[in-house]
Structures are given as C-alpha cells and as structure tokens.
Design a protein around this ligand. Sequence first.
Ligand SMILES: C[S@@+](CC[C@H](N)C(=O)[O-])C[C@H]1O[C@@H](n2cnc3c(N)ncnc32)[C@H](O)[C@@H]1O
Length: 279
Amino acid sequence: MASPGAVALIPHPAGTIRQKTDGYAPNVARMHNYLLDGKDHFAADRSAVEELLQHAPELYTLVRAERLFLMRGVHWLAGKMNIDQFIDLGCGLPIGRPLHERAAGAGARPRVVHVDNDPVVVAHGRALVDDGRNAVTVAGDVRDPEDLLREVCLTGLIDLGRPVAVLCSALLHHLHDGEGPWEIVEALRGAMAPGSALLVSHLCGDHAAPRVVDVLEQVYTGASAPLTLRSRDQITRLFDGFALAPPGVLDVAHWPGARPPSRRGAIVAYGGIAHLPAA
Ligand SMILES: C[S@@+](CC[C@H](N)C(=O)[O-])C[C@H]1O[C@@H](n2cnc3c(N)ncnc32)[C@H](O)[C@@H]1O
C-alpha cells in the first residue's frame, strides 16, 4: 500500500479537482460528509478532520449550523420569495433530506440543479437524489461560471429568464482569492433575472487565533480543494449588487434572528440571503 505522504498533487485547473495520484488525499466533500456523521469517507478524510477538530472543535457544530441555514434558507426562498428554481453550487455528497423536498414543503413545486466539480459527488447525486423531473445533478466548476451555467441550462430544469436562487453553501471558502470568488459571484449575478436570489455561507476567521487559522488552512493544502477563511467584510462583499435581506450577514447559527455578539476565539460561519432588485 502506498503511503499517503509519498504521492504528489496533480494540477487543478478549473474543471478538475486536485487529486493525489493514488487516491489517498483528503477530499473536501468526504471530509464534510464525515463532519456531518455521514458514511461516505475514507481514512485520509477522517484523519484530516480529526486534526481540524483538535484545533477548532467548534467545526462539528458549525457545519450543522451551515446545513440548517441552507435548509431553512431554501424553505424561506420558496415560501416567502416564491422562488421555484434553485442552482445548488458545490452541492456535496447527498445527506439528509433533499433540497427539492425541503422547498416543496413550503408549497412550491421546485426544480433543483445540483452542481459539483467532484465526479464522485456527481455520481452519488445521480444515484441517490436525481429524479429527472425535480432534481438533477451535473458536473460543473464554479471557477468557470459560464460553462457551469451552460450545463445547468442544458438540463432543461432551469430558465434563467425567470427568478432563480443560486446557493453557495460552504463553497466559496474552497477558492483562493486568486480564483476570484467575488468576480465569480458577479458573473453569476449577470446571468440572473431580476427577483433572483443568492444564498452564501462562508467560514470566517475574524474571531479565531491566527495560529488556528493557519493550521486549518494548512490541513486543506493537501486536500482536493483549499480552505480560505475570510473576514466578515470580505464575505459581505460577495453580496455586492444584491439587496441583503434582514438581518444581513450574520453567524448562520442565528439566522434569521437578530445579529448576535461576535464569538471570541472561534471559527464562525457567516452567511446571508440577498435578492436582485428589478433594474
Ligand atoms: C463543504 S462541501 C459543501 C456541501 C454543501 N454545499 C453543504 O453546504 O452541505 C463543499 C463542496 O464544494 C465542492 N467544490 C469545491 N470546489 C468546487 C468548485 N471549484 N466548483 C464546484 N464545486 C466545488 C466540493 O467538491 C464539495 O462537494
């Protein structure tokens, strides 16, 4: 058996994920699945997550808060904003109740296109979530938004001429600054009809010790995608050009409540929901 440390990372241009050549690298989708007590993970994923938890035990509750924010957000978008089309970017391995069922619970007849750049995630989605009518999973890389939206539209489930909700839950912190998360959101915004919405959740290191931030980012340098913790201001800038719904960008554990005091010494997931006003 090859030792995990003995293999090299292969390059990861948009459209691919970084993989070690022997398949033993931690994978961000499987790491997330392990954190959520799922069943789809390997030893490399588990040991990377255990290292993360040693330095930031709050991650265990934090990923659940992000997931709950996503579920509540979709329900709110369907029920209060009457949105019936969703593009779930960086959808991750299926776990829990599918999003289209969650939105349907709000009275909508939703269609959801799930997108991920990890072929294993796409295969799991197709096998476990897709029904061909309300939910379809496609391969796409958010670093190439034009190509991604082309794939989404080819499903026939999403009409970009009508309001759509773009979901970026726990995704954009897996991009380096140089990969342009703000520009990517801007490009997506340019393709969205008035009345469309954006949901983002994103890890923030503002309140954590710099040493912890360094360790966390370091653990991900060997994984299938990096981790970039951003400040609350940087996360808020992702919503430029959108109108943020009250209470704005906040610790997702508290959404949709009032803004809580910042938590000292911990990693926080900030997030918000915004809409695109009529031109
Ligand atoms: C932490 S998981 C989040 C899963 C899900 N959105 C959630 O909130 O539960 C991040 C997902 O983003 C995917 N991902 C990472 N970089 C991506 C990229 N450049 N384009 C598309 N998906 C990406 C990973 O494969 C992984 O499935």
